[in-house]
Design a protein around this ligand. Structure first.
Ligand SMILES: [Zn+2]
Length: 134
């Protein structure tokens, strides 16, 4: 879990809890890494979300999901409605790429709105175009 292959580290975030930060500049469109976790059935994922309200859950499709509760630094990337990274779901991998050049020390954010469908959490990203929910 402490494996920092991709120039990021976890630290306290102004957005929410822990966040992920660039420890070196990251070039636009370069891959930051994959979010690790436990691949489970979507059915199991929904059960866990209901039972624990855990939000680090990514649904790939109607069959598979990723529980990123025990994951790497990437899973600390917070949601923002105006993010600096983007997510590509490929089969059952969650890949993160830089949306633009990211400076050293910048907090990494991604738009989880496209992967999460619950819309029950208030968004605190503070972006001017914030949608208000997660
Ligand atoms: Zn927002």
């Amino acid at each position: 879990m402490a494996f920092n292959e991709h120039k990021i580290k976890s630290a306290k975030s102004k957005i929410d809890g822990m966040g992920a930060f660039a420890i070196a500049p990251i070039k636009a469109r370069s891959k930051i890494g994959n979010m690790t976790g436990e691949i489970i059935s979507t059915r199991e994922a929904r059960k866990r979300v209901k039972a624990t309200k855990r939000i680090k859950m990514v649904e790939f499709n109607e069959r598979w999901a990723l529980d990123a509760t025990n994951s790497n630094d990437i899973s600390n990337i917070n949601h923002s409605c105006s993010p600096n990274t983007y997510i590509r779901l490929i089969n059952t991998t969650v890949e993160f790429y830089a949306l633009r050049n990211i400076k050293k020390g910048e907090e990494l954010t991604a738009d989880y709105g496209e992967t999460q469908h619950e819309k029950t959490l208030k968004c605190g990203c503070g972006a001017p175009n914030c949608r208000g929910w997660l």
